[in-house]
Design a protein around this ligand. Structure first.
Ligand code: SF4
Ligand code: SF4
Length: 74
């Protein structure tokens, strides 16, 4: 399975630049596509997309795993 770009893509090209597998292609201002044969599901593209247009193999958009520390009482 691979990550996938949805119709929310505006073709900014940002994901294409950051993908370490060179799995993303597309023309400026047109919907980009991910080559499932090259994608190894690192998630970098999904984190970089300003339009949340990239979903994982389960169809879920990127959700930050960072848990905010509760510093109250310190
Ligand atoms: S970063 Fe998002 S909007 Fe930009 S080309 Fe990639 S999928 Fe499309
Ligand atoms: S998940 Fe990683 S390898 Fe797959 S298209 Fe996105 S940046 Fe490239």
């Amino acid at each position: 399975m691979a990550y996938r770009i949805t119709g929310a893509c505006l073709g900014c090209g940002g994901c294409k630049v950051v993908c370490p597998a060179e799995a993303i292609s597309g023309l400026p201002e047109q919907m980009h596509v991910i080559d499932p044969g090259r994608c190894f599901e690192c998630g970098v593209c999904a984190r970089s997309c300003p339009h949340k247009a990239i979903v994982d193999s389960a169809g879920q958009p990127y959700v930050s795993k960072i848990i905010r520390q509760d510093v109250r009482g310190r």
